[in-house]
Design a protein around this ligand. Structure first.
Ligand code: KIV
Length: 255
C-alpha cells in the first residue's frame, strides 16, 4: 500500500522509519524495492550527482526534473522533494509556489532546512495542503553562516536553540523533522519532546528513524561524511565491470 505522510507520523513509537535519497529512476527503483518508507530527492544531488562543492548550485528546475524521474518509478515509499537554496527563503509566496511545483513534479511532501526562522514558511506550505518535513541541526544550505559543516548541539545554548527550533517546526505543522549531525543526546531529547517523528543522519540512535544518502550507502561517493555507512563498494564493482568490457572489446571477445 502507498505510504503517505500521515503513515510516517503513525510510525513514531511503532517502528523505526527508514528514508534514503534517490535522484533518478534506477536509484528510486533500488530504494523502493528494498522497502524504505520514504525517498528523499535530496539537494545533495548537487554534490553526489553533479559534483558541485556544496548544495548551493542546485536549482529548483534541477530538483523538479529529478523529482519527476523518481516519481516515474511509481514508488510505494513516500516521495519527498527537497526544496533547494533560494526556493523558499524570499517569502511565503515563493515557498508555496515552489512547493506546488514539487507536487506537480510528483512529490508527495517537501522538505526545507530551518527551524524557528522558517516556521512561517512551513505554516504557509502546510496551509496549501502540502505536507512539510522540517530539517534542523546541521543545515548544509546555511554552511556559510554556520562557519562550515560542524556538529550542532555541543553547547547548552545550542541545545536550547535546537529544542526551540524543533518545537517551532512542529507547532507550524511539520509532519516530521530531519535532525542532521547533532549531538546524540540532543537528538534524543528532541525525539522525546516531539509528537512528530524525528529522522536522523549522524545524530545517534535515539531518533524515530534514520536517513542516508544512497551514494554513500552504495559506495558511489568520493567523499562520504564520517557518520555514513558504505554497505557495498559499487565504485569498485562498476569499475571492474567496465574494465572487463574494455578488455573484451579490445581483444575482439565482445560482441
Ligand atoms: O539532501 C540530502 O541528502 C539531505 C539529507 C542529508 C537529509 O537533506
Amino acid at each position: 500500500m502507498k505510504i503517505r505522510a500521515l503513515d510516517i507520523v503513525k510510525m513514531k513509537g511503532e517502528r523505526k522509519i527508514v528514508m534514503i535519497t534517490a535522484y533518478d529512476y534506477p536509484t528510486a527503483k533500488i530504494a523502493d524495492s528494498a522497502g524504505v518508507d520514504a525517498i528523499l530527492v535530496g539537494d545533495s544531488l548537487a554534490m553526489v550527482v553533479f559534483g558541485m562543492p556544496s548544495t548551493h548550485g542546485v536549482t529548483l528546475r534541477d530538483m523538479l526534473r529529478h523529482t519527476e524521474a523518481v516519481a516515474r518509478a511509481r514508488p510505494k515509499a513516500l516521495v519527498v522533494g527537497d526544496m533547494p537554496f533560494g526556493s523558499y527563503e524570499p517569502s511565503d509566496g515563493t515557498a508555496v509556489r515552489s512547493a506546488i511545483a514539487f507536487v506537480r513534479a510528483g512529490a508527495e511532501a517537501v522538505k526545507l532546512e530551518g527551524g524557528s526562522e522558517y516556521a512561517d514558511r512551513i505554516r504557509a506550505i502546510t496551509r496549501a495542503g502540502i505536507p512539510v518535513m522540517a530539517h534542523i541541526g546541521l543545515t548544509p544550505q546555511r554552511y556559510l553562516k554556520l562557519g562550515g559543516y560542524k556538529m550542532r548541539g555541543s553547547s547548552e545554548e545550542d541545545k536550547k536553540q535546537l529544542l526551540l527550533d524543533a518545537e517551532a517546526v512542529q507547532e507550524a505543522g511539520a509532519f516530521a523533522v530531519v535532525i542532521e549531525f547533532t549531538a546524540p543526546e540532543v537528538a534524543g531529547a528532541v525525539t522525546r519532546r516531539l509528537s512528530i517523528p524525528t529522522i536522523c543522519i549522524g545524530s545517534g540512535k535515539e531518533c524515530d528513524g534514520q536517513v542516508l544518502v544512497i551514494h554513500d550507502v552504495l559506495g558511489l561517493s568520493e567523499k562520504a561524511p564520517p557518520f555514513a555507512k558504505k554497505y557495498v563498494d559499487f565504485m569498485s564493482i562498476g569499475k571492474e565491470a567496465v574494465e572487463r568490457f574494455v578488455k573484451e572489446v579490445r581483444e575482439g571477445l565482445f560482441p
